[in-house]
Design a protein around this ligand. Structure first.
Ligand SMILES: C[S@@+](CC[C@H](N)C(=O)[O-])C[C@H]1O[C@@H](n2cnc3c(N)ncnc32)[C@H](O)[C@@H]1O
Length: 383
């Protein structure tokens, strides 16, 4: 089960003292293994003096060679039991975070010390996303564990495909968030089905919506806008470039808001803004996809965020509120604040930051893994 060991160079173990899990090729003195290591194999990690420092998943020979999932000098005698116990502990912690939702992120990859795996639970369905790790062992243990938790449907999403791992299948997944009901259609879904990271922020919109005209820009299946309807918004306009009209409508119907006033627009948000009359919306939600996917694209991304936030600030009514977000990992809170500063300055409007927003707590932010903190937002008050 343990396929080999990684021995670090002299004085190259400081990152382990800070519990950072990535082992870069430059830190490695030697890799010992009787067979060629494959992606997902488990290895022991030693310092130069052959003292045990932890256990890791081997990934690939270049750059990030392995990712540590356990730090410590105690031998793990039974890897299967180690993971099953760990899953139990994590599940208990995550499932008890929200009393009014039955959907939550069970595993948030490295931030939860399970590198390479994301697992979201929606009621009786689990959606597992694997980006780079190919550990059959870990996947099989996870399935075994989920079977003990009344999870009857398991869907696996990799970069190449989506496949059911259970004989039970669903066309639509139904779940509750903040006492509201939601449906996601398997053929239309993005990421792991729904953007659970915005759960707390969606709840916030309820208190800002009463008698307001609300724009839910980049709405996906309508999460924010439907929360605004719960908050008794006068009207909600949903905008997304993907055609999700049926999904949004179904979600409005199952929450019994069909009598409310709403419009669904299948259009590019920039185009929508360019053709809109100003001073209509009291509240805007601006939740775009990540504009910066790699560090090299950072300047282009910054320009995109400035343009978008300028349009929102320009067009919001006086004394309006903008919920604005960036989920780009390479844009930190300070940089996002500067982006808002530039947008407000260019539009010559007085803008206050009323509240700071972040990802829901099931999307663990580990102090040792800052890369896992990616979602940032502000509630802006525009005078
Ligand atoms: C981060 S998701 C939004 C999640 C959503 N706010 C929620 O709470 O579930 C981004 C959404 O923007 C949409 N999108 C991407 N580019 C767009 C564009 N230029 N104009 C309109 N929608 C766009 C995607 O289809 C996706 O649904």
């Amino acid at each position: 089960m343990i396929k080999g060991s990684i021995i670090l160079k002299k004085n190259k173990e400081d990152f382990i003292k800070s519990f950072h899990s990535w082992i870069f090729s430059g830190a490695i003195e030697k890799i010992d293994s009787s067979e060629e290591l494959k992606n997902g194999d488990i290895v022991r990690v030693y310092n130069y003096n052959k003292e045990l420092l932890g256990y890791a998943f081997y990934e690939k020979p270049e750059q990030i060679v392995a990712r540590i999932f356990y730090f410590g000098n105690k031998e793990i005698h039974n890897i299967n039991q180690y993971f099953l116990n760990y899953f139990e502990q994590l599940f208990k912690r995550k499932s008890s975070l929200f009393f009014d939702s039955n959907a939550f992120r069970f595993i948030h990859s490295e931030s939860d010390r399970i590198p390479g795996i994301i697992c979201d639970i929606y009621n009786q369905c689990a959606i597992i996303q694997i980006d780079y790790l190919k550990s059959e062992l870990l996947l099989n243990l996870l399935i075994k564990f989920l079977n003990t938790k009344n999870i009857n449907y398991i869907l696996l999403k990799t970069q190449k495909e989506i496949q059911w791992l259970t004989s039970n299948r669903l066309k639509e997944i139904e779940f509750k968030e903040n006492h509201l009901n939601f449906l996601i259609h398997i053929d239309k879904f993005q990421k792991t089905g729904y953007f659970l990271d915005q759960k707390i922020n969606r709840k916030k919109i309820i208190e800002y919506s009463k008698n307001k005209i609300v724009l839910d820009a980049f709405c996906y299946i309508g999460g924010f806008g439907i929360h605004a309807l719960k908050g008794e918004a006068k009207k909600v306009v949903f905008v997304d470039s993907q055609n999700l009209e049926t999904q949004i409508k179904n979600n409005i119907i199952i929450n019994k808001f069909l009598e409310s006033s709403f419009e669904i627009k299948n259009i590019d948000v920039f185009q929508f803004f360019n053709n809109m009359n100003p001073n209509i919306y009291d509240v805007m939600i601006i939740d775009p996809p990540a504009f910066v996917k790699t560090k090299a694209k950072i300047n282009e991304g910054i320009k995109g965020y400035i343009k978008l936030n300028r349009l929102a600030i320009k067009n919001i009514k006086q004394e309006g509120h903008i919920f604005t977000f960036s989920c780009s990992q390479f844009i930190d809170k300070e940089l996002f604040r500067k982006i808002i500063f530039i947008a407000a300055k260019e539009e010559k409007r007085n803008v206050y930051i009323k509240e700071y927003l972040t990802q829901a707590p099931d999307h663990t932010i580990s102090v040792f893994h800052p890369e896992g903190e990616y979602l940032k937002g502000f509630i802006l008050y525009v005078e």
